[in-house]
Design a protein around this ligand. Structure first.
Ligand code: R1P
Length: 293
């Protein structure tokens, strides 16, 4: 039922990749950051960088999407050890869902305790504007409804339990921290919180699909993040995620708007400095069990 190609990587494969990385750098990251489309600039805030191209990392998939550089960056943010994915993997690139989430298991084996995920998304909530930052409080996993869940297949208890809870997927303390930090930075006017819905892509949604998703309770729609969140929670990492609303989902048959990736990347560029400040300030204030000083 689960052909080998779709089964992802074994615990030993993940361990081998993590050990390979650990052997190349003395940095031991506590925070893992994933940059969404056009948001790779987040990695630039890291000091004392050690950078790996995905194509040089054993077992790692390769980035194929414009706006996803395909580099894994180790470094520090105000002294705190971090790892940052400059580019992620998506279902529509043709990877099985178990493979696009491999980096979350590598993060775990490297010692990461907290994951911060970012993405570009289309706004379904009519109160949202392009450029808003939405703190994700919950998700709707559409591919999961059809059985395409990254945890489908044999479960290795060394990562986590067979039936992980997802009602607490998005850490509430970290959501509050983001609100506090956002307010201190003067970002409250463009910060929202809401529900993110993942679809398979790569085609953008039809008008009828956007209307349906909105009725179902989604505030933003995208093609990523949720799979990573599920795998990160399965192996016990704390998760914070946010969407940059890069475009308004088209909900109206009279509209001339057309979703396009260029607009997505452009909005990412415009908000990248603010996102960088928000993430940096959050990272410095997240408490960890390990004393990294
Ligand atoms: O979710 P991220 O990786 O930010 O990318 C978003 O942007 C792309 C569409 O423009 C899709 O890949 C969508 O998921």
């Amino acid at each position: 039922m689960f052909p080998k190609a779709a089964a992802g990587y074994s615990y030993e494969d993940c361990r081998a990749t993590a050990d390979w990385l650990l052997a190349q750098t003395s940095l031991r990251p506590l925070v893992g950051i994933v940059c969404g489309s056009g948001l790779g600039g987040l990695a630039e805030a890291l000091k004392d960088q050690v950078v790996f191209n995905y194509k040089d990392i054993p077992n790692f998939p390769h980035s194929t999407v414009n706006g996803h550089a395909g580099r894994l960056v180790f470094g520090t943010l105000k002294g705190k050890p971090c790892i940052c994915m400059q580019g992620r993997f998506h279902l529509y690139e043709g990877y099985p869902v178990q493979k696009i989430t491999l980096p979350m298991r590598i993060f775990k084996l490297l010692g990461v305790e907290t994951v911060i995920l970012t993405n570009a998304a289309g706004g379904l909530n009519q109160d949202y504007k392009v450029g808003d930052i939405m703190i994700i409080k919950d998700h709707i996993n559409m591919p999961g409804f059809a059985g395409n869940n990254p945890l489908a297949g044999p479960n290795d208890e060394r990562f986590g339990v067979r039936f992980p809870c997802m009602s607490d997927a998005y850490d509430r303390e970290l959501q509050q921290l983001a609100q506090d930090v956002g307010a201190e930075l003067g970002y409250s006017d463009f910060m929202r919180e809401g529900v993110y819905c993942v679809l398979g892509g790569p085609s953008f949604e039809t008008i009828a699909e956007c209307r349906m998703l909105h009725k179902l309770g989604a505030d933003a729609v995208g093609m990523s993040t949720v799979h990573e969140v599920i795998v990160a929670r399965h192996c016990g990492m704390r998760v914070f995620a946010m969407s940059l609303i890069t475009n308004q989902a088209v909900m109206d048959y009279d509209s001339e708007e057309k979703a396009n990736h260029e607009e997505v990347l452009q909005t990412g560029e415009q908000r990248s400095k603010q996102l960088e400040r928000l993430v940096s300030a959050m990272v410095t204030r997240i408490e960890h069990n390990t004393n990294y000083a």
